[in-house]
Design a protein around this ligand. Structure first.
Ligand code: SAM
Ligand code: SF4
Length: 469
């Protein structure tokens, strides 16, 4: 297996040495950080690495921005409102910085990989001194040391598309964890900025993935979600010696791993082998997040999705045939350029036909540099809004219907949290197929598995009772 897809160990070791120096130089200062994460699970996972590296340098997590010595925004740029929101957030920190001049304010993540963005932000916000992109997280120690020495830096180079293994991490919870199996994306869906900011698709070595899962399970985690922009194309470049279906089998037999999830699945690459793996591997969960984006073939073609409505529906049918209790969630974009009323109706009819457990719905947002943004047949905002509303209303009705079939259902739930606002404490968690249920119980059950029977539905949620803890 070729290893030059990886950052050299000597370089990683050098960063660890710098981290130690930063720690030793500042150990009397009780430094704290506050990292705010926007966007998808990839960013959540990156923030865990960033926090881990900061802890390595002697920082601890602050409760609020006001207390922190370092504030970092991990940004998203999939839709354009994120940029306006970020500008507001950064502007608001000037007062804090004036009151505490030693404070470091930084911005990282996908948006920083957009052309010209880093320079623009450094120019516009003199109180920002640290900017870095998605592919240089391993160099954080060096960056922090430079900023501590008074420099203002922006590190957003793309040459570092190679993978950095073994970075420190600070995990946010003790029950579930995200594990990257690949980075970047090669699909170039015509609306999407991800391939431009996250770089080419590259898959991790299967052994590195499994080792990470083993160590997480040892630390008490029982639910793992394998992450990639298109997990089904794992290893397609031949670099890993394993397909995604094989990787599922390889990871699923880690002793103590109760639930194995994965996302996102691209319909063009979800093949029979993956479906069989879902059907037969005992801890692979019966849930597929399968973004459809549109129900109209013409729009799918212009989106460069490389599947048809019929192919999508055939995957749903086949998986339902193989796995009785499987649930699907999806992503949908309305108002893609050229989307006629007829085309939109095709999306509505697909949503009606499939009966998704949930759908993440978006109004198309033109992203500079993408193919679709250059099209002249953009849809007016008012039309996008109306279509989004209609779609959301339909999905809400479908969610209620989907919930109804669960009355009387009994299954194991992993307790994720609790709500103490009402008269009795309500715990909540998910069945293995991703359906969420609320039920009375004691908060001490957090992170454990309990058996819950569904008694009724309440708008979007299932309500149940615990029959065994
Ligand atoms: N890789 C995943 C996939 O293909 O399913 C999706 C990653 S993307 C971060 C998450 C979702 O954002 C997409 O599935 C799509 O629905 C939505 N999205 C991406 N670009 C968009 C745009 N320009 N406007 C609106 N929604 C967009
Ligand atoms: Fe974007 Fe398409 Fe890649 Fe998903 S598969 S990240 S939507 S380009």
């Amino acid at each position: 297996m070729e290893r030059n897809r990886y950052i050299a160990q000597t370089e990683l070791d050098q960063q660890r040495r710098i981290a130690e120096e930063v720690y030793l130089e500042n150990r009397d200062r009780d430094l704290t950080f506050f990292v705010e994460t926007f966007g998808c699970q990839m960013n959540v996972r990156d923030s865990e690495t960033i926090k881990g590296e900061l802890v390595d340098m002697g920082y601890s997590e602050a409760e609020s921005k006001e207390e922190a010595d370092l504030i970092l925004f991990n940004t998203c740029c999939v839709r354009d409102h994120a940029e306006k929101r970020l500008m507001g957030n950064i502007g608001a920190l000037k007062e804090l910085k004036d009151a505490k001049p030693g404070m470091i304010i930084g911005i990282c993540g996908c948006m920083m990989q957009q052309e010209g963005m880093a320079k623009k932000l450094l120019r516009r916000f003199p109180h920002v001194s640290l900017i870095f992109g998605t592919n240089v997280l391993y160099r954080l120690p060096q960056m922090i040391r430079s900023v501590m020495n008074g420099e203002r830096i922006a590190v957003t180079d793309r040459a570092d598309d190679a993978i950095a293994e073994g970075l420190p991490q600070m995990r946010d919870n003790q029950r579930s964890a995200f594990v990257n199996i690949m980075y970047g994306c090669d699909n170039f869906c015509s609306y999407c900025i991800v391939p431009y900011v996250r770089g080419r698709e590259r898959s991790r070595n299967p052994k590195d993935i499994r080792d990470e899962v083993v160590s997480l399970v040892k630390s008490g985690i029982t639910e793992i979600t394998l992450l990639g922009q298109n997990v089904n194309s794992y290893g397609n470049d031949g670099s890993t010696g394993m397909t995604f279906a094989e990787l599922l089998a390889y990871v699923s037999d880690v002793s103590g791993l109760k639930r194995l999830r994965f996302m996102s699945s691209h319909p063009k690459d979800l093949n029979e082998d993956v479906m069989q793996a879902i059907a037969t591997l005992p801890n692979v969960c019966h849930h597929v997040h399968l973004p459809v984006q549109s129900g109209n073939d013409e729009i799918l073609k212009h989106m460069n999705r490389r599947y048809t409505r019929e192919r999508y529906l055939s995957i749903i049918r086949r998986l339902r045939e193989l796995v009785a209790d499987i649930e699907f969630t999806t992503d949908i974009i309305v108002g893609f350029p050229g989307e006629t009323e007829e085309a939109f109706k095709d999306t509505m009819s697909l949503v009606d036909e499939v009966g998704f457990a949930a759908a993440f719905t978006f109004a198309y947002s033109p992203r500079q540099g993408t193919v679709a943004a250059k099209r002249e047949d953009q849809i007016p905002e008012s039309v996008k809004k109306r279509r989004l509303r209609e779609l959301n209303e339909l999905q809400a009705a479908k969610t209620v219907k989907n919930n109804e079939k669960y009355i009387g259902y009994v299954g194991e739930v992993l307790v994720e949290g609790f709500d103490e606002r009402g008269e009795e404490t309500m715990l909540y968690g998910k069945y293995q197929n991703f359906k969420m249920v609320y039920f009375p119980g004691d908060p001490s059950l957090l992170n454990s598995y309990v058996t819950v029977r569904v008694l009724k539905t309440n708008k979007n949620s299932l309500l149940g009772e615990m029959i065994d803890a």
